[in-house]
Design a binder for this molecule. Structure first.
Ligand SMILES: Nc1ncnc2c1ncn2[C@@H]1O[C@H](COP(=O)(O)OP(=O)(O)O)[C@@H](O)[C@H]1O
Ligand SMILES: [Mg+2]
Length: 341
């Protein structure tokens, strides 16, 4: 765990955050239904930490990230960000405040191809945000882009090349340089290494960790790949159908998986740990549609521990202390799982 996490200064607090997408049904699109992609998320992100966000595809990870970045407007809830001049809700910023926020938060996507214009050189792609950021002299911009390329272990000269002249790993490093060029505080990495070969993944992960230390960054690291998340995260939040169902420090979560969903999700990965219960739990069926989530606990239809109450009553995310560490879990039978952990 990074040293700067000990002070636990809050960077961002999500309170009851929800993002719904409307889907029109019926002849005249009258009966509007909603895909509840993010559905009542409470989460605190501390300065300098890496928060891993995991869960199966479709559980709302990207939507949560994009809502924080104001690429989607939240349906409900607050996102309180600690700016220099005090905390403000990202959901209702003025235009000027929005520009400040846009500089503080950046995203790295899975596919750098889609975020780099093939018709632009690296310099052209990176220089644009710098211009917006107020760096008017071309000489200065070339200097900064060169420095950024070196920071991501690439040669300065590469700035005059086009994206198709690079390998996937190199393009992802350019994507990272681009995210960093406006000096952000919070970087959301959305499946940032998922498309890369395993050997390249390790290089890019090491680079991300190095940059984090050097620049005092905070990461939200979104991935469906649990082996990556254990390696990189200070804390891990597990999402299921738009909700956080478990949250703990990374080591604690890997040692004590309290939610049956986390247990099932994690039992699918090979782990070299003698303390782990190696029994494999097979997840039944697919993630249900977030347009029509099951009653009670959203996980109950796939849960191997399901009892009557789970079908009727939705469990809250409750706080427990395990070996002096806070551990949150949304399961009616959390106590039972703690005993067995
Ligand atoms: N722009 C959108 N419009 C409508 N539905 C969307 C949109 N983006 C995502 N969804 C739906 O929201 C749910 C969550 O998606 P997403 O956030 O991409 O999940 P994840 O990143 O965990 O795979 C999915 O059911 C997805 O189909
Ligand atoms: Mg996604």
């Amino acid at each position: 765990m990074s040293n700067n996490l000990r002070e636990k200064e809050v960077l961002l607090t999500l309170n009851g955050l929800a993002t719904y997408f409307p889907i029109k049904k019926g002849l005249f699109g009258k009966n509007t239904q909603y895909v509840k992609a993010v559905n009542n998320v409470d989460l605190t992100i501390y300065k300098g930490e890496t928060l891993g966000l995991v869960g199966e595809s479709g559980c709302g990870k990207t939507t949560l990230g994009k809502t924080i970045l104001q690429l989607y407007k939240p349906t409900a809830g607050e996102m309180i960000y600690s700016f220099e001049d005090g905390p403000k809700n990202l959901a209702n910023l003025s235009k000027e405040e929005m520009n400040v926020a846009r500089q503080k938060m950046q995203i790295v996507f899975q596919d750098p191809q889609s975020s780099l214009n093939p018709a632009f050189t690296v310099y052209q792609s990176l220089s644009d945000p710098l211009k917006k950021f107020g760096i008017k002299s071309r000489k200065e911009r070339r200097q900064i882009v060169g420095d950024l390329l070196e920071a991501v272990n690439m040669r300065r000269e590469y700035m005059d090349r086009y994206p198709n002249e690079f390998s996937g790993g190199q393009r992802q490093r350019i994507g990272i340089a681009r995210a960093l060029c406006v000096n952000p505080e919070l970087v959301i990495c959305d499946e940032a290494v998922s498309a890369l070969d395993v050997s390249i993944q390790a290089q890019v992960l090491n680079l991300l960790m190095k940059l984090k230390e050097e620049r005092g960054l905070t990461y939200i690291f979104i991935t469906h790949d649990l082996s990556v998340v254990e390696y990189i995260s200070d804390r891990v939040a597990v999402m299921y159908l738009g909700r956080v169902v478990e949250l703990a420090e990374s080591e604690d979560l890997f040692a004590n998986r309290l939610h049956p969903y986390t247990q099932a999700l994690f039992s699918a990965i090979p782990v070299a740990d003698i303390n782990h219960n190696k029994k494999r739990i097979v997840l039944k069926g697919d993630v249900p549609s977030p347009a029509n989530p099951p009653s009670g606990c959203h996980f109950h239809k796939r849960c191997f521990m399901c009892k009557e109450v789970c079908k009727e009553k939705e469990p809250e995310l409750r706080r427990f202390e395990i070996d002096g560490k806070e551990h949150y879990v949304a399961c009616h039978f959390a106590e039972e799982n703690i005993k067995n952990a």
